[in-house]
Design a protein around this ligand. Structure first.
Ligand code: NAP
Length: 239
């Protein structure tokens, strides 16, 4: 699963140069950046995909929903006279980033990208690093109790593992039954305190954690918790 292309990180705006900026968001970094750029006096719109029912909203204007591919995004950029586009989406959100590259090329607007360094394995970490969900599912031993700290669109690869129990964390309840043979849902966002993540893992008798190597501080507490509990982590890497 390829990650984002390395590009420039956002430049500091020039004082007195009010710009119309589109941030492709949905992350804590995007919210932070919107707050900073609004405070600097820019006209900022953050775009969200609309995946979560009750998102934490950044400063500035918000628009929600897809653009209709790279062409739709390019049309939006032109119609709204956007002068800067910043891709601050999640590192595993590939399609929107690819669309942003194409739309920027088509419109001639320079694309800036917020790049999150991936997490590095630390002493005590018991990681098995994989690049596909199928590899991750295949590595689980029979009888494992597995914490799937993944988005909804990443779960189906684990359905065939009817010999494992899955604990699945989601921000919003699923619209349809997930189809797992044996699973429990944990609704809510990840905790930032490793002790709380460890309590959750212990309470559910977790033996394995499956996570994406997203980088950044927001999801790292679960990785620390797994290290402290000595749990095996199947880490899905960006290619
Ligand atoms: P994706 O697979 O790259 O995008 C799928 C489609 O959703 C895009 O083609 C685009 O539709 C629309 N889209 C995605 N992000 C958008 C945005 N910020 N504004 C408007 N439309 C957007 O993305 P994803 O993995 O589903 O993630 C969706 C959003 O959730 C992203 O904004 C991302 O930052 C956030 N998020 C994702 C994850 C994750 O695990 N993937 C985690 C945390 C937050 P059109 O082609 O119609 O424009």
């Amino acid at each position: 699963m390829p990650g984002k292309l390395p590009t420039d990180t956002p430049q500091e705006p020039r004082t007195g140069d009010r710009q119309r900026i589109l941030i492709l968001g949905g992350t804590a970094e995007a919210r932070e950046l919107a707050g900073k750029l609004v405070a600097d006096g820019h006209e900022v719109t953050t775009s969200l995909a609309g995946r979560t029912a009750d998102p934490v909203l950044p400063a500035g204007e918000i628009r929600i929903g897809g653009f209709g591919g790279a062409e739709g995004l390019a049309a939006y950029l032109r119609e709204n006279a956007v002068s800067r586009i910043i891709d601050a989406t999640h590192p595993f959100a590939r399609r929107i980033s690819e669309n942003a590259i194409r739309a920027a090329a088509e419109t001639g607007i320079v694309l800036e990208q917020v790049v999150r360094p991936r997490w590095q394995k630390q002493p005590g970490d018991r990681w098995r690093q994989v690049t596909t969900l199928e590899q991750a599912a295949g590595l689980l031993p029979s009888g494992a109790t597995v914490f799937l700290a993944l988005g909804r669109q990443y779960l189906d690869a684990f359905l065939p593992r009817v010999d494992c129990r899955f604990i699945i964390r989601m921000v919003d309840p699923p619209e349809r039954p997930l189809g797992f043979f044996d699973h429990a849902l944990v609704l809510g966002k990840p905790a930032s305190d490793p002790a709380r993540e460890a309590d959750l893992m212990t309470a559910h008798g977790i033996t394995h954690l499956v996570a994406r190597n997203s980088g950044g501080p927001a999801g790292y507490a679960k990785i620390i918790a797994a290290r402290e509990l000595g749990l095996q982590v199947i880490m899905l890497e960006r290619e």
